[in-house]
Design a protein around this ligand. Sequence first.
Ligand code: XMP
Length: 501
Amino acid sequence: MPSLIARRDQFFKNINDQGIALTYDDVRLTTGHSEVLPDDIDVESKFSRNVGLRIPIASAAMDTVTEAEMAIEIAKLGGIGVIHKNFSPHDQASQVAKVKFHLNGLIGKPICFNQNVSIEEILNTRKQKGYAFHSFPIVDDEHRLVGILTENDFTFCENLALKAKQVMTKNVITAKPGASLREAYDVMKDNKKKSLPLRDKSGKVAGLYTFSDVKRILVGDSKTFNVDKTGRLRVAAAIGVYDDAFARLEKLIPEQVDVVVIDTAHGDSKGVLETLKMVKKKYDVDVIAGNISEAESAERLLKAGADGLKVGQGPGSICTTRIIAGIGKPQVSAVYECAKAARRYKVPVCADGGLKYSGDISIAIGAGAHSVMMGNMLAGTKESPGDFRFHQGVQYKVYRGMGSLGAMESSKGSRERYNQGKNDLIPEGMEGMVPYKGPVKEVIHQYVGGLRRGMGYVGARSIEHLREIAQFIRITEAGKAESHPHDIVITREAPNYQEKI
Ligand code: XMP
């Protein structure tokens, strides 16, 4: 009996041997014996070699989809946002900083006071600057940590003229720089301390954890958040090739961007391969490269050191690449081929574009993807950038391709994605609008809910398990018609099903 992976390989081989490639509407996953309940299913995955996901969803690097507001919300829901590159390097880095500073896991540069400053002066500064917190590391003239002032010290201090060194707690419990959120939590809990300064080798303050923030991230409402080691929301940023990549990295790295995505329409190109190698040599950051749709392209990028692959050439709802250029491969086959090539390298694959319903997420992962990237399915939400439009009494938001005329005319980032100069543009995308969908939290709830149901039907307990056991069946036009609601006038829309425009 061939393994389930071998059976799936055979299915795609048979299709490929006929010179055919398939996309979402061509296939379904077969149901299998199941002992899992949708709510017990684990949907954690990976976006790149070292960057995890709590839900396998990324928001697209598009100027009508992902800026800081979307990236914050999507990371809070467990996914990751890729900040688009129609920003200048400086502005793009500011967007990344907004996401990274949204939660205070580790305070990198805590407010410290010199030991000779009086309690009154500290309280006045606190009031003036509007600090909501009470924990201040106290340092000597060489900025070495000598004590800490906490809320209790202020509460029980009767003489405000006393100096910090006379009131502070002297035996400070500290941790080393690099202590993780979990380590910090355990130390503070064991010692019943509300704050934990990090002390470097020279005795200087290298950061501060506060118990309330760390607890909120680890065990509070925020346990679904996708956070880095220090408890800050994860975020990605798109970069171009050569100078563009380095100009952006110079600004993005200090803001601690978690992963960068070399975001081009043709990932199997000299520019991408050379840039990838140069970035990996110079920086210690995960790099996802794309977009591609062929196994050989995956192989080349993997050999060049890619920490993740982004697959999709022309499946997007706003894409016209396949029509204008006549190239591309239907998305399910493209994902399968690239993911198969990536198996040996243990590098995650993101299926980018072309998803219309939550069931497509199950299919993309069944074909080998570790995550999906959504443009259209997240456009038109409260958190997506752009204005509302009213059309025949219905609320819409703008959604446009990064290769659309509007995006390319207004931005170098877009032109570079499609390797074009300033004049005589050849667009590869469209501009339009999509119905307003409400808060992204509600749509993601439906998308992940649909994925869990799919995994339940297949019998997969985790994303890895789904990637292992998923089996495909090809459906006909009649099968597709049967799959959608039919022979009924819909009187009430469901939150997870709309007839497509
Ligand atoms: P969806 O289907 O989610 O696709 O709307 C989003 C993905 O489409 C890609 N993209 C484009 N592709 N012309 C293209 O050929 C474009 O103008 C364009 N803009 C975005 C991109 O990979 C995105 O994540």
